[in-house]
Design a protein around this ligand. Structure first.
Ligand SMILES: [Zn+2]
Length: 197
């Protein structure tokens, strides 16, 4: 997924940040090349471009890969990052920053954000139980499954996990969500009106 934010003559884009259970491959490379093309195009337009890519170093897959390699998760993450940067160099990807979730400034920002949201009373701790695919690093619903397996990892056994999780109190945000939907509807109707559709 690419996220793009544009404002005045500044252009910011980020690729997904990749899990570090292995070195990035051609599939990741495809996304990086597309992002690089966009970044280069906006640089040519004279805009101030910030192109971010990086690694998500937290997760069960990373922990498992480090355990199998018999090194600490940080040492494993360091090794993958070095290899990933080589891959990006070989594709001539001109990114501005390779962010790692173990970077000090990243951790500080996440903690500040979390504290702020928690202070607003939007975060609560509760039990969560579900079917987990370690390949996707996410919970699946029954309707996601094909013949009782994850469609992307049909040979990987699914786990039934119960864990304490932090939740975001969406229920408190109903009004804002409703306003968002109303706004989209308004724009949609406005477009129809403008083009006489
Ligand atoms: Zn999966």
């Amino acid at each position: 997924m690419l996220l793009i934010f544009q404002e005045m003559k500044k252009f910011y884009l980020t690729t997904a940040i990749d899990y570090i259970n292995d070195v990035i491959h051609l599939g990741h490379g495809y996304q990086k090349v597309i992002a690089d093309v966009l970044a280069r195009y906006h640089r040519l337009l004279g805009e101030e471009v910030f192109f971010l890519t990086g690694a998500d170093e937290h997760g069960f897959k990373a922990q498992e890969a480090a355990r199998k390699a018999a090194v600490s998760p940080q040492a494993f993450a360091d090794k993958i990052t070095t290899a990933n940067k080589e891959q990006l160099k070989s594709l001539n990807i001109a990114y501005d920053r390779y962010i790692r979730t173990s970077d000090q400034d990243h951790q500080k920002m996440v903690q500040e954000f979390f504290k702020k949201v928690e202070k607003n009373g939007d975060i609560y701790l509760a039990d969560f139980e579900g079917i987990y695919c370690s390949g996707c690093e996410e919970y699946k619903t029954e309707s996601d499954l094909v013949d009782g397996h994850c469609p992307f990892h049909p040979r990987l056994p699914l786990q039934k996990l119960k864990e304490k999780n932090y939740f975001f109190a969406w229920s408190k945000r109903k009004i804002e969500r409703f306003e968002g939907v109303a706004l989209i509807l308004f724009y949609f109707l406005a477009v129809l009106a403008v083009f006489n559709l």
